[in-house]
Design a binder for this molecule. Structure first.
Ligand code: CA
Length: 367
């Protein structure tokens, strides 16, 4: 600091003290903040995934591990798999009510209670992982998501992304739109609504029930995730055909939920650690699945004889038409739902224009 600035600063200080009562007031309100930086926190985290499920289920485990190491053991998060304390689909309510401080799942599971939530998970024919991450972190998406969950005393963070999923496992070939009629399929979110309007019967089941429901014939088809996660669940042993493209889940975001009251008890550095660890896990899952999906696809085909099929163009076209209607309707209702829809669709529109001549053009050029 230059000497002239020192003298100027001292002058200001003198002037402040001579300004009268406000100096006394300033002293009174400047009580030191509560120092809880030495406090050790023990939290519970409830997930919608089976405990230690490869891929998706490891995201909350890795989140807890990162937070523990980054905080030098000051924030310890114990992860509970689906069904250990509560059923998979009660995570949102349980964390909202403070049964646990945190949760991990995906927002489309709460669509029944909160229709606009599905937009923060994935949208049929919508954004890819790259676009979702850009919208959430640099396009205003995360703020809207946090606004949506605020009345439930929940703070969401993106904490994992699957990338483009597969269209699912079927025991009969899908050759036309007619083949979707009456098809009972495990498919959550807005994709389920699209299948319903195409004549199918969507069912939302947690990961723990996907395998047995197809094995026992309770349902005709399932979509779970992509080769690595599907191989881990053993779906190749209960279905013959593995279809692409994953029109219904082009870049599914997983979420970390934090109870607002619990969040407020954390010192600022632990808040920053939790936020940064979520961001790291969000990127990490996509990296892991990108690497392991490619290897697992090869295993499915070479070692298990899985037959890969592409959905016919007219089926994809029909699903796309219906999806446009479903997404439009998702933007109706509350003022917040309209703002979420507007933000999402405008971001996607701009991104599409640029990706026509970047990602898409490059992938075509590479081939
Ligand atoms: Ca899925």
């Amino acid at each position: 600091m230059l000497w002239r600035e020192k003298i100027f600063g001292f002058g200001l200080l003198i002037a402040f003290f001579f300004a009268g009562g406000c100096s006394q007031k300033a002293i009174e309100t400047e009580s030191p903040p509560v120092d809880n930086t030495a406090q050790v926190f023990h939290w519970k985290l409830l997930t919608t995934w089976p405990k230690n499920l490869p891929g998706l289920g490891m995201a909350p485990e890795r989140l807890a591990d990162r937070v523990k190491r980054m905080s030098n053991g000051r924030l310890n998060i114990k992860v509970y798999g689906a069904g250990e304390l509560i059923p998979a689909f009660e995570v949102f309510d349980a964390v909202s009510q403070g049964v646990a401080e945190m949760g991990h799942g995906s927002a489309y599971y709460w669509r029944g209670e909160l229709p606009a939530a599905a937009m923060f998970s994935t949208v049929p024919f919508g954004m890819t992982a790259q676009e979702m991450n850009a919208w959430l972190h640099y396009g205003g998406g995360l703020q809207l998501w946090q606004e949506l969950y605020a009345p439930f005393d929940l703070i969401p963070f993106a904490a994992g992304n699957s990338g483009v999923q597969m269209a699912g496992w079927f025991n009969k070939e899908i050759n036309s739109v007619e083949d979707l009629k009456g098809l009972k399929m495990r498919i959550p979110g807005l994709g389920g609504e699209v299948l319903k309007r195409a004549g199918g019967v969507p069912v939302t089941l947690p990961g723990s029930e996907v395998y047995t429901s197809l094995q026992t014939g309770v349902i005709d088809a399932v979509e779970w995730v992509s080769p690595f996660n599907d191989l881990a669940l053993g779906l190749q042993t209960v279905a013959s055909y593995y279809y692409f493209p994953g029109w219904h889940e082009p870049g599914t975001t997983l979420e970390a939920l934090v109870n607002k009251d619990a969040w407020d008890t954390l010192p600022d550095d632990l808040k920053a650690i939790l936020e940064s660890a979520s961001r790291a896990v969000n990127a990490d899952l996509l990296d892991e699945l990108t690497a392991k999906n490619a290897a697992s696809l090869q295993t499915l085909v070479d070692d298990h004889g899985v037959q890969i099929r592409e959905l016919p163009a007219d089926v994809v076209r029909r699903l796309r038409e219906i999806s446009h209607d479903v997404v439009e309707e998702a933007g109706k209702g509350t003022d917040l739902a309209m703002r979420i829809h507007k933000s999402y669709t405008e971001f996607l529109k701009r991104s599409r224009t640029y990706h026509e001549l970047s990602e898409k053009a490059y992938l075509e050029a590479r081939d």
